[in-house]
Design a protein around this ligand. Structure first.
Ligand SMILES: [Fe+2]
Ligand SMILES: [Fe+2]
Length: 276
């Protein structure tokens, strides 16, 4: 690794989703549903990340690692709570969140029962890389400029904390004896599963919005993902880096993004205790 990461801060933020319009991303269903579909997967996913980290930390019994995992768990615990509140909006819009959750929980349950703790940790490393890379693109290029202010505050807060703790899972994975081969195979599997699950939810929501066959919506969507400042295009270099044998999340120093976000973003009060 080339440098140490900053200490993880405990920020008890909470957001007023009640006043957010249905199509909160510039009035555009495509970009809105892209993020809505992603959000629908996060609470159960983030629970798996916390559990995989705690399981290994408990086995290793290193107080420094325990402190890192506790701070990581706090951040992901607040993310999970706020995404559940966010997802209640989708439930109120008539989406079958409970059915989606049941299916995702069945997969996550099987992963949690695997005898080798490095596999759930490798999954955590992979998704943590996705969220940190996405956060870096969002904050570095102001990709949420025309988003409803509350949603902008929400996704930028989550982005900043994903950057801040981007090396935590990698650290635990390495300490558990995880190497580059398993990490890369698992990332390929994770991207496949994410594409399938997120794609199905996204298509379902767009169909309900009557935008699934709307060519203009897809043109805007393609520009958002693949255009000059497209989200996936901005993330491409991070993915190439991940597949190198000597990859380490700390090698790309993006912590300045967290500092500038923090300076521009006033703290918010919590609305409920964190249940993890
Ligand atoms: Fe998170
Ligand atoms: Fe995370």
């Amino acid at each position: 690794m080339t440098r140490a990461a900053p200490a993880l801060r405990r920020r008890a933020r909470s957001f007023a989703f009640e006043t957010v319009p249905a199509h909160w991303f510039g009035g555009d269903p495509w970009r809105t549903r892209f993020f809505d579909a992603f959000s629908s997967l996060l609470p159960i996913g983030e629970r798996l990340f916390i559990d995989s980290m705690r399981r290994t930390a408990a086995e290793l019994g290193d107080p420094q690692l325990d402190a890192l995992v506790a701070a990581f768990s706090y951040q992901e615990g607040v993310h999970g709570r706020e995404h559940r509140r966010y997802n209640d909006r989708l439930r109120a819009q008539g989406y079958d969140l409970d059915g989606w959750d049941r299916s995702q929980k069945a997969t996550v349950g099987r992963i949690g029962k695997l005898a080798d703790p490095r596999i759930p940790l490798a999954i955590t490393v992979a998704f943590e890389h996705v969220t940190a890379s996405m956060g870096q693109a969002i904050l570095a290029h102001d990709l949420l400029a025309d988003v409803d202010p509350e949603m902008k505050a929400f996704w930028e807060w989550h982005s900043a904390e994903e950057i801040e703790h981007k090396g935590a899972a990698f650290e635990v994975y390495t300490r558990a004896g995880g190497g580059p081969d398993l990490r890369r195979v698992v990332m390929a599997w994770c991207l496949f599963i994410l594409g399938i699950r997120m794609g199905r939810r996204f298509a379902h929501m767009l169909r309900r919005d009557r935008a699934l066959l709307d060519r203009a919506a897809w043109r805007h969507g393609a520009r958002f993902l693949l255009g000059e400042k497209g989200l996936l295009r901005l993330m491409a270099a991070d993915f190439r880096a991940f597949f190198a044998r000597d990859f380490h999340p700390w090698a790309r120093d993006t912590y300045g993004l967290v500092a500038s976000w923090e300076a521009a973003s006033p703290p918010r009060a919590p609305t409920a205790p964190i249940g993890n």
